[in-house]
Write a protein that binds this ligand. Structure first.
Ligand SMILES: [Zn+2]
Ligand SMILES: [Zn+2]
Length: 209
């Protein structure tokens, strides 16, 4: 089975070893993908453990499970432009942050700036009103869109997230939601958002419930 995070790998060769604790993600993008797969498979303990220590405080597995209730997470798109834009001048941290970024990644700070300006600040997942530009090593930013169904409607969550390394492991800190988050209509004959090359109606639309 193709991994929930919509990579080209199978679940047991992609996100599952991270969720089971057999391996640790070697990049912020890998951690983000595995957290998406953990949401898709209801592994809330993993979600909790992969927050930074600061953010873990005041969170519980029950809270996370409750906030995800009713949502069927079915597809993830990582935006390559931002995957490598760990806004940082230091060569060390650029090297550190690009360990396993995708081959299409490129650094485009103007796109990044736009995303930041457009980001919405009043959404519930936000704990800080603005995205801080990263100036320390071992930090990275990943922009993604995650898709889910709730009550037979399709939604997207478009976020730019801050990640940092704690005790040698990548952790999710916080994120800023973009203003295109929410319910969307997606044509049933369009190519599926998961990148399968099938029509939406023949692919992920069948997971709607
Ligand atoms: Zn995966
Ligand atoms: Zn699909």
């Amino acid at each position: 089975m193709r991994c929930y995070c919509c990579s080209s790998k199978s679940f047991d060769e992609c996100c599952e070893p991270f969720i089971k604790g057999d391996k640790h993600p070697s990049s912020a993008e890998q951690l983000m993908r595995s957290r998406f797969s953990a949401y898709a498979t209801a592994h809330y303990q993993y979600i909790l453990e992969t927050y930074t220590k600061e953010k873990q405080q005041g969170l519980s597995v029950e809270d996370l499970a409750q906030s995800a209730q009713g949502a069927t997470w079915f597809a993830l798109k990582v935006h390559p432009t931002l995957a490598a834009s760990s806004v940082d001048n230091s060569v060390d941290s650029l090297v550190g942050n690009s360990v396993s970024s995708t081959e299409e990644s490129s650094i485009d700070s103007s796109v990044h700036a736009d995303a930041k300006v457009e980001a919405q600040t009043n959404a519930e997942a936000i704990s800080k009103p603005s995205l801080k530009l990263i100036s320390k090593p071992n930090n990275a930013i990943v922009e993604f869109t995650a898709y889910y169904f709730e009550n037979k409607s399709m939604y997207q969550l478009h976020e730019t997230s801050n990640f940092s390394v704690e005790d040698g492991k990548w952790r999710y800190h916080d994120g800023v939601l973009h203003d295109d988050c929410g319910k969307i209509k997606y044509g049933r004959n369009l190519p599926c958002v998961c990148g399968s090359n099938k029509k939406f109606k023949q692919c992920c639309a069948t997971k709607s419930r």
